[in-house]
Write a new protein. Sequence first.
Length: 271
Amino acid sequence: MTQTLILAGCGKMGEAMLSGWLERGMSPSDINIIEPDEQTAVRLRAKYGTNTHTEPKNININNSPDFVIFAVKPQMMDKVAPEYARFTGPNTTFLSIAAGKPVSYFQKKLGDDAIIIRAMPNTPAAIRRGITVAFPNSHVSDAQRMACGELLKSVGTVDWVDDEGMIDAVTALSGGGPAYVFFLVEVMAEAGIKAGLPSALAERLARETVSGAGELLRQSDEDPAILRINVTSPAGTTEKALDVLMADDGMRPLMIKAVAAAKKRSKELAD
């Protein structure tokens, strides 16, 4: 990868992507990180060898960067985005991974001619197993879309959508999805403890069961419902548990409600 880029913000998601880019072969010297917290900036510089600054005005780039990536919290974007408007032009693609902020928001901050891609990755990017869904505005060329795709593929798989409205639902499902899975591990472990298992054993069983089932799902061509049925013996113990989880007031309506709440919040962050 021979792209030059500015990474505005390097929290959990930004650092997950950064580690993926470097592992894929991007040179640390081609990456400029803007991290306002001095201690964090020092840590990132020492760990990755990248050019790390606390303010964008300190960036010294002879040519426009190929990418400016916004990886800050949506609530900070009003302050952050305008500081990069000087890079608006035909050679720089602005890639936002901030939840809720639509392309129209960035056009107001960066100019109507800005080349903008709105994307939603997730934190398994840290182990190159993320999934990202992206939407390009009308100024994105085929070459820029391809270059952005390669950047995102370095941390997992990539899908593109032609309807920006889908990104709010993507944010709710896959963007927050890892947290839902981690919470599942928490509650499975708690249930094991209440069933009489030592806490360490219950936590290990829950963690390994979820990660193992996920890997089985990844490697299988079977529909998830078929995999579920394959584990469920008629009148057996798993069936009794699923009677509870699949009840009218069980996991399905709860998950639908949770994803809907996250989607609603994503839309609210657009303002």
